[in-house]
Ligand binder design. Structure first.
Ligand code: PMP
Length: 405
């Protein structure tokens, strides 16, 4: 059979479009932050990760423009060779300081960061121990590590051990079967991207200490959201010294594009010279790095933005819950509205959009059965009138489709 046959017979997306229920790839024509224009319609954005609303901040825009004027539009090379600017070095120094770690390394996206870090650190006879609901970039990094180990003679997937979602008892049960002396790293989202749950880091640290494991936390949805001054999950629990490495992205709070990892100097130096995702890919553009530097400056100077973000997210979590929706109790900026049915999610998405609210529809296979949801997320720049409107539309739509009584 022709390799492309599966593509030609892939009809799911077209069927959803034909039914008028397709929630993906809608082009944004104007973006003011909390309000965007899509297909000529002004809608409130309740699905962005622009947590502090900084993509529209004049200082961030100005930094990007100045960087283009000074350095041009692209770096045309990898960090390793011709793609290191003084801007990259500056941002690495600023982030090391911000997280209280010895050193930092930038990657071109958050996704590439996990793909670079995990396989470089985990080699044959070593293990990555991973939450089964971790972000796709961690899964990709794990698969590369497993593939490389199997080239080196390991059994397929020997290098990767999965534990039940945020279940530290199961983590302990799985890790205790591995040789104590073997190198291991436990990897987890800090704030889980789909559910908004916060990882149980205190118990993870206890297990890591007992079984000779290092810890890497992906703080994509935590930086600028939880922890002191938005310093993420380790800071949220006061476990900065016990968390070996933190990675993150510039595509959310930092209003830009790119990724980073912070940790011990020796580890960062090793990654700098071994991570293919760094060495064989062009470095983040001058405008991306300059915007992230400007956004970090605002985060440091104006922590009250985080208070506003959390106030907004709490208002929405309690408002949706009071209405009768199923939400969770974790105190992050991601508030999933769990519907548990693909068709209802798609129909609700359409009615919400028509009512002037944009959210993200998460259906299978992206989420497990029963967890089909409308994932909402909030910004520091949402005003009460935006939030009240979102609640109103959710109430109307929930009754219309019979999810609320
Ligand atoms: N980690 C997590 C937990 C994420 O949610 C995301 C983005 N959705 C990434 C990593 C990837 O970041 P980026 O957009 O910079 O590739």
């Amino acid at each position: 059979m022709d390799l492309f046959e599966k593509c030609r017979s892939f009809t799911r997306a077209d069927e959803t479009k034909a039914a008028g229920l397709y929630p993906y790839f809608h082009a944004i024509e104007e973006n003011e932050g909390p309000v965007v224009t899509i297909e000529g319609r002004k809608v409130i954005m309740a699905g962005s990760n622009n947590y502090l609303g900084l993509t529209a901040h004049p200082d961030v825009k100005e930094a990007a423009i100045k960087a283009v004027e000074k350095y041009g539009t692209g770096c045309s090379g990898s960090r390793y060779l011709t793609g290191t600017l003084d801007l990259h070095v500056e941002l690495e120094a600023r982030l090391s300081k911000f997280f209280g770690k010895e050193d930092c390394l930038l990657f071109s996206t958050g996704y590439q960061t996990a793909q670079g870090v995990i396989p470089s650190l985990v080699q044959r006879g070593e293990y990555v121990v991973t939450d089964k609901d971790n972000h796709a970039c961690i899964v990709a990094g794990n698969l590369i590590a497993a593939g490389a180990a199997s080239y080196a003679g390991a059994k397929p997937n020997e290098a990767v051990v999965r534990y039940k979602h945020n279940d530290m008892k199961h983590l302990e049960a799985m890790i205790s079967r591995l040789p104590l002396e073997a190198g291991k790293i436990i990897v987890s989202d800090g704030v889980f991207s789909t559910s908004g749950e916060i990882v149980d880091l205190p118990n993870m640290v206890r297990v890591a200490r007992k079984y000779n494991a290092r810890i890497l936390i992906d703080d994509a949805h935590s930086v600028g959201v939880i922890g002191k001054g938005g310093r993420g999950t380790a800071s949220h629990y006061g476990l900065e010294n016990e968390t070996d490495m933190t990675m993150g992205t510039f595509s959310k709070t930092f209003a830009s594009l790119g990724g980073f990892v912070v940790g011990d100097r020796a580890v960062i130096n090793y990654l700098k010279h071994t991570a293919p995702a760094l060495i064989f890919s062009a470095s983040p553009t001058p405008a991306s790095v300059a915007s992230a530097i400007a956004a970090l400056g605002i985060l440091e100077r104006e922590p009250e933005r985080i208070d506003r973000l959390m106030k907004n997210a709490r208002k929405m979590r309690s408002g949706l819950k009071q209405m009768g929706y199923r939400v969770n109790e974790h105190d992050s900026a991601v508030v999933p509205v769990i519907i548990g049915d693909t068709e209802k999610v798609l129909i609700m998405w359409k009615y919400l959009f028509e009512g002037g609210v944009f959210v993200n529809a998460f259906i299978r296979p992206g989420v497990p059965p029963g967890m089909e949801m409308l994932r909402t997320s909030y910004m520091a720049t949402h005003e009460d009138e935006h939030l009240d409107k979102i609640l109103d539309v959710f109430a109307t739509v929930g009754r219309k489709v019979g999810v609320l009584s």
